[in-house]
Write a protein that binds this ligand. Structure first.
Ligand SMILES: Cc1cc2nc3c(=O)[nH]c(=O)nc-3n(C[C@H](O)[C@H](O)[C@H](O)COP(=O)(O)OP(=O)(O)OC[C@H]3O[C@@H](n4cnc5c(N)ncnc54)[C@H](O)[C@@H]3O)c2cc1C
Length: 430
């Protein structure tokens, strides 16, 4: 699937400027047009989609470098779009686990212990969340579970993108169920990019500042200043925390505190192409192994042959992800391959064709993978989503109260912000 054809003429003095054309920006732009408002989206990068990105160049087949998993499919807005547009959804709801310990297949007892640890940790976290306790998940892990390390490695670095002591029990409790789930054969990034077709989006147009001191907003780019009645900011908390957008007047101390309370976690993906060998791993299976219950966790777990493709995804997150992001790309690929060889033997090295790693940590327009609320700050996402003076609005996964960190949360937040803008401008006599 080629890049979507965008609108060829762009409004010069739009009602609304959307900053960023990821899932939230695309959803907001579409909705604003439906509301009858003129709009332009300014995107710093050379493509649409942001963290929803299906690459076809690395392996010659679709590979999702950002989001790939549609979770909570029954209520997932992006899943609904994928279905409506005829994309192929490949169920991942009952995926099995290839489990290893000490370089050998896990025994039946190991499987039972792993399941027991997963259940006990989920139960302890839920109990804390239900009581309103906003503490690090690590604090409630029951003692004496031999597979506690593996469960925390998946949930911490590879799911939330942080070590297990960086997860808030209350924030986790407020989250929703992730099943049923599915991959998209053509790539989840393709679903999001497809929605940009015909939209007024300008690429390679980084916004440097937003002046909201007078009437309306003045949005500054390297090529000049655009004026509008309102804008919607969809950039990540990583970009906001790094001062990637200059606000005039400055953002309040309370809002800056909120931004820093929802920093970016990191999941680095390491897609690895093989020559068709399956290495004894089942298609779409989780591949997990025993690790000690110590922080920071050094592990790379895999998803094998998603949608039947000839590559598997290595997943490296949290502290190790940031560490490897400071090194050459080969370091992450070597680490992932070595971990795989320990599990399935040297055949993995012989049948390996090539590997790449994602670089969200070093992308100045993202700076991480997705947001994660620090323990002690549950509920702070509401502050992030609150508008400034009825003319600067915020959207993006970090502002999503119900599906934070997820592509559908980003999508819904964009639509919500657009509706809010339309209502506000209508009320102001527009
Ligand atoms: C490795 C990885 C795995 C993931 N896995 C999943 C998954 O399986 N399932 C799931 O649901 N979600 C997953 N996610 C999360 C999901 O991809 C994101 O939550 C979602 O795509 C975020 O969309 P957004 O619009 O909020 O932000 P973004 O996609 O970051 O969009 C913001 C846009 O703003 C642009 N921008 C930044 N600064 C400026 C500027 N100054 N001027 C103009 N433009 C600017 C950026 O280039 C970007 O395109 C994953 C993410 C990553 C990175």
């Amino acid at each position: 699937m080629s890049a979507p054809r965008l609108a060829s003429t762009l409004p010069t003095n739009p009602d609304v400027i959307v900053i960023g054309a990821g899932a939230a920006g695309i959803a907001a732009t579409k909705r604003l047009r439906k509301e009858g408002l003129s709009v332009i989206a300014l995107e710093a990068g050379a493509r649409v989609g942001g963290r929803a990105w299906t690459d076809r160049d690395a392996f010659g087949v679709p590979v999702d470098m950002g989001c790939s998993w549609l979770s909570g499919l029954d209520r997932n807005s992006v899943g609904k779009i994928a279905r409506k547009r005829g994309f192929s959804l490949v169920s991942h709801t009952h995926a099995e686990t290839d489990l290893f310990r000490g370089g050998a297949r896990a025994t039946a007892q190991d499987h039972a212990d792993y399941a027991k640890a997963a259940k006990a940790i989920a139960k302890a976290m839920n109990r804390a969340g239900r009581k309103g306790l906003d503490v690090p998940a690590r604090d409630v892990v029951p003692a004496g579970l031999p597979w506690a390390g593996a469960v925390q490695a998946w949930l911490g670095p590879m799911d939330y993108g942080v070590e297990f002591d960086g997860i808030s029990t209350l924030e986790d409790w407020n989250g929703s169920s992730d099943q049923p789930s599915a991959f998209v054969g053509e790539g989840l990034g393709s679903v999001v990019a497809r929605e940009a077709k015909g939209l007024p989006i300008r690429l390679n147009a980084a916004v440097t500042g937003i002046d909201w001191s007078g009437e309306g907003v003045r949005v500054e780019t390297a090529e000049g200043t655009l004026r509008a009645r309102a804008c919607i900011v969809t950039v990540s908390t990583g970009v906001l925390a790094a001062g990637g957008l200059r606000f005039t007047p400055d953002l309040s101390a309370e809002r800056m505190e909120a931004i820093h309370a929802v920093p970016m976690g990191l999941l680095m993906k390491v897609p690895m192409l093989f020559d068709g060998a399956r290495l004894g791993l089942g298609e779409n299976n989780w591949v997990t192994y025993w690790v000690p219950d110590e922080l920071p966790m050094r592990a790379c777990y895999f998803i094998a042959w998603p949608c039947g493709a000839d590559y598997l995804f290595g997943n490296i997150g949290g502290a190790l992800g940031w560490e490897l992001s400071r090194e050459k790309p080969e370091a992450a690929v070597d680490f992932a391959l070595e971990e795989l060889v320990k599990l399935v033997g040297s055949d993995a090295r012989k049948r390996f064709v090539k590997g790449v790693r994602t670089d969200w940590a070093n992308d100045p327009f993202v700076r991480g993978a997705y947001s994660c609320v620090r323990p002690g700050h549950a509920g702070v996402r509401e502050t992030l989503g609150a508008p400034l003076a009825d003319r600067v609005f915020f959207a993006g996964e970090a502002c999503s109260p119900d599906y934070p960190a997820l592509v559908n949360g980003a999508w819904d937040s964009g639509r919500r912000a657009a509706r809010r803008v339309a209502k506000t401008l209508a009320g102001a006599g527009g």
